[in-house]
Design a binder for this molecule. Structure first.
Ligand code: IPE
Ligand code: IPE
Ligand code: MG
Length: 264
């Protein structure tokens, strides 16, 4: 289902080849971020336990990664677990952690074969030891892969990230490693978990919720936002192509006027 304001309405009937033909390969987003929402509702609609929705959601992640490699998108960030998600029932949290662990175990080989570099942002120290070990292993083994960076936000919160960055910078100031005059936006951004990654060009949230939920607060200052009612387990290649077409129809002005942008 595509929402009315998205600019890609009336295209749902087009097949994949037709949609790909509409995409300008030179103007793809470098970095697409996802708030993968609606797994619970997907499961509830089928009288299944919530975790069945999370499992099915992994298939969407696989689909999107594959399509992104085919198209040449370089960075994907998936919001997999927020700092706030620790408030969920313990059995759901545990099930999500074991899903994550088995995902890493199962995907390592495929990541090597497909040139995927695995990366994480968030308070990794809050994750269970066994998950941390797998994150470390997969991150290390895939570190030189160049095709696509697969960035997972785990125990992530935008405010937590900014607070941690401010703390680390204050520590460096105190130790005279940094002077106040050096502090600029670019300088501060180096203390964030996303140091080295470009800001997202496009952020997609599924399930119809139109909020940011503490995701990439600093990095999304000028990101294009795409909201769709489709639930995450149903968000597949076709929907992603529609989102990319919607993105390409927008004019990114970064404060300038439309005339200025078109003159450049
Ligand atoms: C998103 O789906 C996955 C996580 C937050 C881990 P939800 O679990 O939030 O699904 P809904 O919002 O309950 O449908
Ligand atoms: C946001 O989804 C976090 C993730 C997708 C990991 P939630 O379903 O937790 O968001 P809220 O709390 O409804 O905003
Ligand atoms: Mg949700």
């Amino acid at each position: 289902m595509i929402d009315e304001q998205t600019g890609s309405q009336n295209m749902e009937h087009l097949d994949e080849g037709e949609l790909i033909a509409l995409i300008d390969k030179d103007r793809l987003p470098r970095h697409v971020a996802f708030i993968m929402d609606g797994n619970g509702r997907w499961a509830r609609d089928r009288y299944l336990p919530r975790i069945a929705g999370h499992k099915q959601g992994i298939e969407s992640v696989r689909d999107i990664i594959k399509l992104s490699i085919e198209l040449g998108i370089k960075v994907l960030t998936f919001y997999a677990f927020s700092v706030e998600n620790w408030r969920r029932p313990e059995d759901e949290v545990n099930a999500l952690m074991s899903l994550l662990e088995s995902y890493l175990q199962n995907e390592l080989r495929g990541m090597m074969e497909n040139g995927i570099r695995f990366y994480t942002i968030g308070r990794g120290n809050e994750l269970p030891e066994s998950v941390r070990k797998w994150i470390e292993k997969v991150t290390n083994e895939t570190r030189d892969n160049k095709k696509l960076t697969l960035n997972m936000a785990l125990s992530y919160g935008g405010r937590a990230e900014i607070t941690d960055a401010a703390k680390a910078m204050a520590q460096d100031l105190k130790n005279n490693k940094v002077s106040i005059e050096e502090i600029t936006e670019e300088f501060f951004a180096r203390y964030l978990n996303t140091n080295g990654l470009p800001d997202p060009d496009l952020m997609i949230r599924t399930s119809g919720e139109a909020r940011i939920s503490n995701f990439l607060l600093w990095q999304m200052a000028y990101t294009e936002l795409h909201f769709t009612k489709t639930l995450w387990p149903d968000f597949r290649r076709h929907e992603m192509l529609l989102a990319l077409i919607d993105y390409q129809r927008r004019e990114r002005r970064f404060g300038r006027t439309s005339e200025q942008v078109n003159r450049r």
